[in-house]
Design a protein around this ligand. Structure first.
Ligand SMILES: CC(C)(COP(=O)(O)OP(=O)(O)OC[C@H]1O[C@@H](n2cnc3c(N)ncnc32)[C@H](O)[C@@H]1OP(=O)(O)O)[C@@H](O)C(=O)NCCC(=O)NCCS
Length: 165
């Protein structure tokens, strides 16, 4: 994984980002949806994040192929926009090698000065992601009981938060 670079996203990564989110969503066990977003809504998401100075980072291989992402987007509303909402994902072959930690660290660094705190939602069964978030100082703030339901199975959604310095 040493040849993976972490860089700020630009619009030219929108299509690959869109495809990567779709792949992870279709695994049906990590994200809150089972398909990704359209390319048009992904581009709108990128535009809004860029305008709002919110970090979107991508992990790319030595041939510039996107293998993961991490973004922190402001909550809507002028009373809540000091809080960032984090999303992260890696393509399956790139997991368990510390890349998630590299992405998260880079995104949190960029979030300094932009957000006072960063929150996220994670499924209670996603031990690897929970472990990663705890390692970076996120703490559980709440639980949405049985709020996730797919393939006949419920899971709790944990709310986690980290205050930035
Ligand atoms: C979550 C994700 C970003 C983590 O990135 P990663 O590169 O795989 O994770 P890292 O290697 O940086 O760290 C994972 C940690 O979890 C631990 N771990 C792995 N599997 C685990 C499990 N089943 N239960 C608990 N801990 C686990 C690892 O030992 C490591 O801990 P350590 O740093 O103390 O050694 C990545 O696995 C991923 O994209 N998963 C699918 C999508 C997803 O879950 N997104 C988050 C939605 S909230």
């Amino acid at each position: 994984m040493v040849n993976i670079r972490i860089i700020p996203a630009t619009m030219r990564y929108a299509k690959a980002y869109c495809a990567a989110v779709d792949i992870v969503a279709r695994e049906r066990r990590y994200l809150s949806r089972t398909t990704g977003f359209s390319l048009a809504s992904t581009k709108a998401f990128f535009r809004s994040a860029f305008d709002d100075n919110c970090p979107i980072l991508v992990a790319v291989d030595d041939q510039d192929r996107l293998v993961g992402w991490c973004d922190i987007i402001a909550l809507p509303g002028d009373c809540c926009c000091h809080v960032g909402r984090l999303g992260i994902g890696l393509l399956p072959a790139y997991r368990n090698h510390g890349l998630g930690g590299r992405l998260l660290k880079a995104a949190l660094n960029q979030a300094q000065g932009r957000f006072e705190q960063v929150e996220l939602e994670v499924l209670s069964g996603n031990g690897r992601a929970i472990r990663l978030y705890e390692r970076f100082g996120f703490e559980q703030e709440g639980v949405r009981r049985r709020a996730f339901f797919v393939d006949g199975q419920y899971q709790d959604i944990l709310l986690m938060n980290k205050f930035l310095q």
